[in-house]
Write a protein that binds this ligand. Structure first.
Ligand SMILES: Nc1ncnc2c1ncn2[C@@H]1O[C@H](COP(=O)(O)OP(=O)(O)OP(=O)(O)O)[C@@H](O)[C@H]1O
Ligand SMILES: [Mg+2]
Length: 512
């Protein structure tokens, strides 16, 4: 049965007539048609982006009807609009909404070509949504210009993806990785760096830094992969991560591998799948990057997987598949994870640390093309001093400076001064609280916290001598200092120690 023409026309025309049509259908007891008509009316009634962003809560998708496919598209668009409106800055809101509009454009094509009999019925609503979103994008652009508002491009807390223009530098690390990949002994690599130093961002962007003959495949070991309940789930998620990444980074389609195939004999089937993958590679090699390797260790510790099964499989892959190179990433050294050391022989460590000064300067002064905030020279120097070129902290502080500038009078809005940088510090300590608390709670022990607070209390740039530390903390200072050095929180200078990063010192000097 087709949705009655009467109802269809009414809904397309206006909400009141549409409601009358639904009442008419109700009387004729055509329940599922009533449902479609009600959903359609909801889509039709969305008059602005806010309404679009909320409508996914009310769309009913039942399993029976073949309108589901179409309704799912609307639901997804509504959720994406919702996520876009939650972006803090107009800049990121516009980027996210532009992506939704592009997606909706593709969907319009699909609707046009679809042989789903309801597609043409839903097509006008999709067009209507696209118009609303495009209009809103234009309004945003005008608003930004009128207010001299600065587009805030900074991204805090999530790794940078391939599409984000705000990724800077790391060419030296790219070169080092490239060189190590040529090593005939095929050593596994460990990308080691402190929390939030940019490991995942680098791996997401590594394709830009390596030659095309190396196909990067990024897999996050945290999440579904290591929380899988058996080897089928583990290997399925590994293959899925590799497939998605190959598609995104190199437009390469890998052979499919289903759970059903794996379930039979997971490790053998996975190995056979790798044979098939190798055949699609032509002359290229794969860089298999496993991020957050500590998660897999934790899963082994919990007894979810057997050490020999899983790490043995990785060792086998390294030793017997020359077309695959392996890179692990994490914030611990292999020495801290002894069991890995015995499987991954001859690991080469690639250290990722602070940005180079010129990279950090770029992130401050020209994070994206046409950035409209200018800095006075001493303000730039102060950001460099406070952050020590830590990528996360530069983004955090500059993000707060931009927010603060946008609250000021338009006449002074587009020039950041030293006073602005100082004023943004408390905000940065507050909004980056999760980063600083992680240092205290997860990276150092109680003794480490005590020593850090003691050094922090001596003031900016203060060096605390070994003698003073041994008097203050007679029992434990030497071992604890080793831990703090290893975590790159302090550095050794002229017979003493000081904080590497002023912002971190500030946080440890805050009254608790
Ligand atoms: N190359 C870069 N250019 C600009 N900003 C960067 C860069 N690398 C990292 N950042 C900033 O640092 C933040 C943290 O990066 P990322 O999540 O990649 O670090 P990570 O080392 O993987 O952290 P974790 O240890 O928590 O997994 C990003 O959200 C971004 O703001
Ligand atoms: Mg990461």
């Amino acid at each position: 049965m087709c949705l009655s023409d009467f109802c269809k026309r009414s809904i397309e025309r206006n909400p009141i007539e549409g409601k009358a049509a639904i009442d008419y259908l109700k009387k004729s007891r055509q329940n599922w048609v009533v449902q479609i008509a009600t959903d359609a009316l909801r889509l039709r009634n969305c008059a602005d982006v806010e309404a679009i962003s909320q409508v996914h809560h009310t769309i009913v998708i039942d399993e029976l009807e073949n309108t589901n496919y179409l309704l799912r598209i609307f639901t997804r668009i509504s959720q994406d609009v919702n996520a876009a409106l939650e972006q803090r800055s107009n800049y990121n809101q516009r980027i996210a909404l532009k992506a939704v509009a592009d997606n909706l454009n593709v969907q319009l094509e699909n609707f046009n070509r679809s042989n789903n009999k309801y597609a043409s019925f839903f097509l006008p609503f999709a067009r209507r949504w696209l118009n609303i979103i495009n209009r809103y994008l234009e309004e945003l652009a005008i608003k930004v210009e009128q207010n001299k508002e600065i587009d805030n491009p900074y991204i805090i807390g999530v790794p940078l993806t391939l599409e984000q223009a705000i990724f800077v530098g790391r060419d030296d690390i790219g070169l080092r990785i490239e060189k190590l990949l040529l090593d005939r002994r095929r050593p596994p690599l460990l990308l080691y760096g402190q929390r939030r130093m940019g490991k995942t961002s680098l791996l997401n962007n590594i394709g830009k830094l390596l030659p095309n003959s190396i196909i990067p495949m990024f897999v996050d070991l945290q999440g579904p992969l290591t929380s899988a309940s058996d080897y089928t789930g583990l290997l399925y998620n590994l293959a899925r991560g590799m497939t998605t990444s190959a598609k995104q980074q190199s437009a390469l389609t890998l052979p499919s591998l289903t759970r059903e195939i794996l379930a039979d004999d997971p490790f053998t089937k996975f190995d056979e799948w790798l044979d098939e993958v190798e055949q699609t590679l032509e002359q290229n090699t794969v860089l298999l990057m496993l991020d957050e390797f500590e998660s897999l260790d934790a899963a082994i510790n919990k007894g979810r997987f057997d050490e020999e099964d899983v790490l043995g499989m990785l060792r086998h892959l390294i030793q017997h598949r020359p077309r695959f190179k392996m890179l692990l990433a994490g914030s611990h050294t292999i020495e801290e994870y002894q069991r890995w050391a015995s499987y991954l022989i001859n690991v080469q460590v690639v250290h990722i640390s602070y940005l180079k000064e010129e990279e950090a300067r770029k992130l401050i002064a020209e994070p994206v093309k046409d950035f409209t905030l200018r800095y006075e020279p001493d303000a730039v120097e102060r950001v460099l001093q406070l952050t020590h070129c830590h990528p996360f902290l530069v983004q955090l502080l500059c993000g707060e400076i931009t927010v603060l500038k946008n609250e000021q009078d338009p006449s002074v809005r587009r020039l950041a001064t030293l006073a602005d940088v100082e004023a943004a510090i408390p905000e940065a300590l507050q909004s980056g609280g999760f980063f600083f608390a992680d240092i205290q709670n997860n990276q150092v022990d109680a003794n480490g916290g005590d020593i850090l607070r003691f050094i922090a209390a001596q003031g900016e740039g203060a060096i605390v001598s070994k003698q003073i530390l041994s008097q203050q903390f007679p029992d434990m200072w030497e071992t604890t200092i080793q831990l703090l050095l290893q975590r790159e929180l302090i550095e050794e200078v002229a017979e003493g120690y000081r904080f590497q990063v002023e912002l971190i010192r500030r946080w440890f000097n805050k009254p608790s």
